[in-house]
Ligand binder design. Structure first.
Ligand SMILES: Cc1cc2nc3c(=O)[nH]c(=O)nc-3n(C[C@H](O)[C@H](O)[C@H](O)COP(=O)(O)OP(=O)(O)OC[C@H]3O[C@@H](n4cnc5c(N)ncnc54)[C@H](O)[C@@H]3O)c2cc1C
Length: 233
């Protein structure tokens, strides 16, 4: 019998089957051991979907709250072994973080490309914005950062394909690439001037969408905690 709630579920409106991490036993000695994966199906009594959250970005993706009130989940819907959820999550979270990092570098690169095109067209004081040294320096710096992120990402992807990506390396990659995305998109938006603040322009939407990368899949602070543990701290 499942009770509880989970805020922030991406794609929750459309999901007809959700995997819930639930506490199935309480062992004060080992809190991680008591977690299990339960498959809850749409239509099960007591399983409710809440309202769609009004986010500042990622407007095409729904994010909702799910609640579970005395939901009777059959034993057949236990996924994997009882009490092993934490270890399953440990291996799959690295892949989720890598996927977020891939999106971050791709969006930073897109911001760079959009901005390079824009500054060549837009004129200020009778001359293209691209002609200012500041514009060249800003975009050169962004381009260098994007390449650094891509190199880190490529290494992590190769490790992942070989089944060798460690939790700490996935955290380093997510931390670096999502922070890079934030810096890159912000610097690019600045070069659009006022139009950068208008949602009609893709750079403004990239800015709004970018903010969550440092939050979901584990915040930047949590990534730093994981990395610091790998340093023995
Ligand atoms: C759009 C969106 C989609 C999402 N989709 C999903 C989804 O599909 N499935 C899912 O399970 N989750 C999803 N999430 C949840 C997301 O993973 C969490 O919001 C995120 O991990 C942060 O957790 P929290 O919101 O509880 O923040 P909190 O834990 O309340 O954190 C608040 C602040 O405290 C900081 N903090 C917390 N602990 C520490 C610490 N030990 N040391 C230092 N600082 C700390 C955090 O970094 C943050 O700055 C989604 C979130 C959003 C916004």
């Amino acid at each position: 019998v499942l009770n509880g709630a989970k805020t922030f579920i991406s794609g929750g409106v459309l999901a007809d089957l959700v995997i819930v991490v639930a506490r199935t036993s309480t062992d004060p000695e080992n809190r991680r051991k008591g977690l299990s994966l339960l498959v809850v199906e749409d239509g099960m009594e007591g399983f409710e979907k809440g309202r769609m959250l009004d986010k500042i970005g990622l407007k095409t993706q729904d994010t909702i709250e799910l609640s579970f009130c005395d939901v009777r989940v059959p034993v057949a819907n236990l996924l994997g072994e009882e009490g092993e959820a934490f270890s399953y999550l440990g291996s799959n979270l690295a892949q989720e973080r890598l996927a977020i990092a891939v999106g971050s570098v791709a969006q930073a690169r897109t911001a760079l490309e959009l901005t390079v095109d824009y500054v060549k067209e837009r004129k200020a004081f009778g001359t293209p914005v691209a002609s200012f040294q500041n514009t060249k320096f800003e975009l050169a710096a962004v381009a260098a950062e994007v390449e650094a992120g891509q190199a880190m990402l490529d290494r992590a992807l190769a490790e992942h394909v070989r089944g060798e990506l460690s939790v700490a390396d996935a955290a380093k990659t997510k931390l670096f690439c999502t922070e890079l995305q934030a810096r890159a998109v912000d610097r690019c938006l600045q070069l659009f001037g006022g139009y950068g603040y208008v949602l009609e322009y893709p750079i403004a939407r990239l800015y709004c969408d970018a903010r969550v990368s440092r939050i979901y899949g584990g915040t930047s602070e949590v990534m730093k905690l994981i990395i610091s543990k790998s340093l023995g701290l």
